[in-house]
Design a protein around this ligand. Structure first.
Ligand code: UD1
Length: 420
């Protein structure tokens, strides 16, 4: 099993270029099976999750060509050979569920093993299924799988009880070729939803309102192939912003959409971090002011992203004063706290809140990356902890960050990957 060894490093300096967004590319890849023509996706990140999605699409019948050097993924699905996503792939990546909407739309049938992925709570898919049902699909749930079938999908009104990102995407993809008009209310407004809608509209779909709380879709007969460059990864951006802050460094982050990281900018500024927005990118200075505590509450976009909660918490252990973090999106996303406390942090959980004492002197320790973002938080903590931090189960981190240690090393971080 591979591990990361992280040594206490001096302040990080230099520049990095953010890769394409993981959470944008995965639904876009899934959407490409809605047409029998070729789709070309550019600025794709180099990630294990992208590999898994490629294998999943190949198992469905797609011809997939990946050129990671150029960052392109070409997908052509002239025919569908399997209307299901097998457990051996779905268990590796929860986002596999995103093929359900497009499969149902294109073939009238989709069977999916119940998903795995990051262990951050129960993560049901009831809202996805509610949407498919509203569009006229019959849903059957068996041991470890769920199946949707429909002779013809028909446009409908769907209200999401929670603005789920995956449900919004899946229902949107199911509705693009349904008969008539679909209106989805209380949808997620994340930038990745807008990117998917832009991709679908380039394929010939008629989607309006992506990025607001209501999406309206007029069904079309068929979709065509297209070319699309995915947006930069806002969570990778945020992770390097926090890297500048926690190491009291100075990093220029390129290929950024500043609007997508507004809550992270706002919260870092509250802590005293200086951030300059220029044509080149975002320059983040953690080395100008004394850094102080703040409180965070995770919320659907445009609120503070749950995917930045653990990294920000790692940073808050190093500032003056206590902070409170409230996680409202996932019910079990505090598994990094035990690991941070092993490194000398002082964080207590009270219900959905975490109370963080600042000014902690962290110590290197053996820790486990319990999920993707928790792993990133441990790397950040390792950079400022005395001695060596040994992080195991790093496959979680490699699922979602392109060339993670290469980018950190280029900024002066002392981090190595070892195979055991
Ligand atoms: C996506 C992101 C993930 C991010 C999350 C929230 C991808 C591939 N992953 O995950 O990185 O952390 O958004 O920003 O884009 N829920 C239900 N029923 C459902 C669906 C969701 O109750 O049918 C609940 C979940 O349990 C969770 C909350 O809604 O508590 C948010 O989940 P959701 O927005 O669906 O997250 P994902 O799409 O899985």
């Amino acid at each position: 099993m591979a591990k990361f060894l992280v040594e206490k490093s001096s302040s990080l300096h230099g520049e990095i270029e953010v890769s394409g967004s993981k959470n944008a590319v995965l639904p876009i890849m899934a959407a490409s099976i809605l047409t029998d023509e070729k789709c070309q996706i550019m600025d794709a990140p180099v990630l294990r999750d992208v590999d898994v999605m490629c294998r999943l699409l190949e198992s469905i019948g797609s011809q997939v060509k990946v050129n990671y050097e150029e960052g392109t993924v070409e997908i052509e699905t002239s025919s569908i050979i399997a209307k299901e996503a097998p457990y051996e792939l779905v268990k590796k990546m929860r986002a596999s569920i995103l093929v359900m909407g497009p499969l149902l739309s294109r073939t009238g049938q989709a069977k999916i093993a119940l998903p795995g992925g990051c262990a951050i709570g129960a993560r049901p898919i009831n809202l996805h299924l509610k949407g498919f049902q509203a569009l006229g699909a019959d849903i059957t749930e068996g041991h470890g799988y769920v199946e949707a079938k429909a002779d013809k999908l028909v446009g409908a009104n769907v209200y999401l009880d929670f603005p789920s990102v995956g449900a919004t995407e899946n229902i949107m993809m199911a509705a693009v070729m349904a008969d008539g008009i679909t209106v989805i209310e209380n949808v997620a407004e994340e930038p990745e939803i807008v990117d998917l809608a832009n991709f679908l509209n380039k394929m010939g779909a008629r989607i309006k309102g992506a990025g607001t709380d209501t999406i309206k879709i007029e069904g079309v007969e068929a979709l065509n192939g297209t070319k699309h460059a995915v947006i930069p990864d806002r969570i990778e951006t945020g992770t390097f912003m926090v890297a500048a802050a926690i190491t009291r460094g100075d990093i220029l982050i390129k290929n950024v959409v500043p609007d997508h990281v507004k809550p992270i900018i706002a919260k870092l500024k509250e802590c005293g971090v200086v951030i300059e927005d220029s044509d080149e990118g975002l320059r983040v200075h953690g080395d100008i002011n004394e850094l102080i505590s703040t409180d965070i509450k995770t919320l659907p976009y445009p609120g503070f992203p749950t995917d930045m909660q653990s990294q920000f918490m790692a940073f808050l252990t190093t500032v003056s004063g206590p902070s409170v973090v409230i996680e409202t999106v996932f019910e079990n996303r505090y598994m990094h706290i035990g690991e941070l406390n092993r490194m000398g942090a002082n964080i207590k959980i009270e219900g959905r809140s975490a109370i963080i004492q600042g000014n902690q002197k962290l110590q290197g320790a053996q820790v486990i990356s319990t999920d993707l973002r928790a792993g990133a938080a441990l790397v950040l903590s390792g950079l400022v902890a005395e001695g060596t931090t040994e992080i195991s189960e790093i496959y979680h981190i490699e699922r979602g960050y392109t060339n993670f240690i290469g980018k950190f090393r280029a900024l002066g971080a002392r981090i190595n990957r070892i195979e055991e």
